[in-house]
Design a protein around this ligand. Structure first.
Ligand code: BG6
Length: 514
């Protein structure tokens, strides 16, 4: 069998030029540049590395470098929840900044790409970066197809000899199944699949990668990771932030499109996948893809029964008053866009038949938390007088993705004393107690992986389409059918009541978000 060997990690990346489209945008300033700076500081980038920052309007390079430095200073080592934790390393920044070139051009004009081709050649000569290049598309999604075609038209995607050309495409990859397919078709006419790195920043999070390590590097979990031992699984991605300054994007998108086919399904497929044959990018992505393919298709009646949509109303977050979604700047006063979604899915395969997966994600909830909770089946029989089985503490293995990174196991224990009284206890593992590492944005891993050519943490064309295929029937039904009501929940609450009913119906309940 012809199996490619994953490239070695933790070594200096090979020389390359990184071309950032959308270099003047928020994402570059907030996430991408801090990640590149962290990589430079950790000496993971080659000395022969350069950046071409592509932006619409011309700017003196010094002013542009200073603009990026501001972003790096305020966001570096910053988890979304807290302030920067490390001093800014002026020397590392100065060295990186000296390798940044600014390039202005209209991304819809072919002349821009002809000029870019010249600049890329000059930059490669000046910084000895050779012929390797990563094109990072941190731009509005409508431009993805155009940029790839234009790069192809001037020969910038052509790989000569051992020189490679790769393209990182940010989210959102399409806004429904048809548009995702159309975009894949369009870019695959120019690029080969191994040249395409479709981004889902959740995969850059250490704790998300740890799901695979926990499952496949420990002997104790896999034997019980199935329908014989697991009652159900809950996946929660709760945010306290509201729509922020993104009303234009969010009004047309909503929580389902924004979070489910991508981030939530990454968590789902890593939790439910079969062990891959190796940690090779394609082996892992094939197993993840199979999970989404096995999700039981939802028809009209099931969607009405098994999905819940909500929108935040007025409320309070940590004691601070918070306005309703419909009062946010840029949002229509009668907007029907959902800011919360919960659903119950089934996975039709031997491992998971009969095990419901409950997923929920929403904005303006009580607390920011992302976790996967594996609820194991109850002990079959209670030996203990006066303690019925259903009063035993359920065994729950919770994988905490953010902001508290770790895992915990809940079980029953005897309360000390003459009586046999049982109480629920919890065993906790916290990343910060064991590993002395600074939290990262997650982009470090992904940028580094792209430069070393490891696509395991990126989406393949079939994976993206499989995610959209699962949610498409929901999008279709919600559009025309009002039988799944849009429930208003107070900002700062745990979400709409309908989400609780989704579990109560089968005698279960959500883990508290608070
Ligand atoms: C983005 C969504 O992809 O992920 C946002 O567009 C969401 O709406 C964000 O807030 C969540 O990411 P993180 O890393 O802050 O949990």
């Amino acid at each position: 069998m012809n199996r490619s060997v994953p490239p070695p990690r933790g070594r200096k990346a090979p020389p390359c030029t990184l071309v950032i489209f959308g270099a003047g945008g928020d994402l570059t300033k907030r996430l991408l540049m801090p990640a590149i700076y962290n990589l430079a500081k950790a000496r993971l980038l080659a000395e022969k590395f350069a950046i071409i920052a592509v932006d619409r309007t011309p700017k003196p390079v010094e002013a542009f470098r200073e603009y990026l430095a501001e972003g790096v200073r305020s966001f570096v080592s910053d988890t979304a929840a807290g302030p920067a934790t490390e001093p800014f390393d002026e020397q590392a920044w100065a060295s990186l900044a000296s390798r940044i070139t600014h390039f202005a051009g209209d991304l819809t004009e072919s002349d821009t790409y002809a000029r870019l081709s010249d600049v890329l050649q000059k930059t490669a000569t000046l910084h000895q970066t050779g012929g390797n290049a990563v094109f990072y598309l941190a731009v509005a999604s409508q431009l993805f197809g155009t940029i790839v075609e234009q790069l192809g038209a001037v020969g910038l995607t052509r790989e000569d000899g051992s020189d490679w050309r790769r393209v990182i495409i940010e989210k959102p990859f399409g806004n429904d199944l048809d548009s995702a397919r159309a975009l894949n078709d369009r870019i695959l006419k120019v690029l080969s699949e191994p040249q395409i790195y479709r981004m889902d920043h959740f995969l850059g999070k250490e704790t998300v990668q740890n799901i695979m390590v926990l499952r496949f590097a420990n002997g104790i979990f896999e034997p019980i990771w199935n329908r014989d031992h697991i009652d159900h699984v809950q996946i929660t991605v709760a945010e306290t932030v509201g729509v922020e300054r993104r009303a234009r994007f969010y009004e047309a998108t909503g929580a389902l499109r924004d979070m489910v086919p991508n981030h939530v399904f990454q968590l789902l497929s890593l939790t439910a996948m079969e062990p891959p044959n190796s940690f090779d990018a394609d082996a892992v992505r094939t197993e993840k893809h199979k999970v989404l393919e096995a999700v039981s298709p939802l028809d009209g009646e099931e969607i009405r029964r098994n999905t819940v949509r909500g929108q935040y109303g007025t409320g309070a977050i940590r004691g601070e008053p918070a306005v309703a979604y419909r009062e946010e700047p840029g949002v229509a006063p009668d907007s029907m866009t959902e800011t919360y979604i919960a659903m119950r899915l089934a996975i039709d395969n031997w491992r998971w038949a009969g095990v419901p997966f409950y997923l929920r994600t929403g904005k303006r909830l009580t607390r920011r938390t992302t976790e996967i909770a594996i609820h194991f089946k109850q002990a079959p029989f209670a030996l203990f007088r006066d303690t019925p089985v259903d009063a035993l503490t359920p065994n729950v293995l919770a994988l905490q993705i953010q902001p508290d990174e770790g895992a915990s196991l809940q079980f029953s224990a005897k309360i000390p004393g003459p009586e046999i009284d049982l109480g629920g206890v919890r065993m906790n593992f916290s990343y910060k107690d064991y590993f002395n590492t600074e939290p990262t944005t997650g982009y470090e891993t992904l940028v580094y992986d792209c430069i070393i050519g490891d696509a395991m943490l990126f989406n393949r064309a079939d994976g993206v389409e499989a995610g959209w295929a699962v949610v498409q029937p929901i999008l279709d039904l919600w559009k025309d059918d009002k039988t799944v009501p849009l429930e208003i929940y107070p900002a700062g609450s745990a979400g709409p009541d309908g989400a609780d009913n989704l579990l109560w119906r089968s005698g279960r309940q959500w883990r508290p978000i608070a």
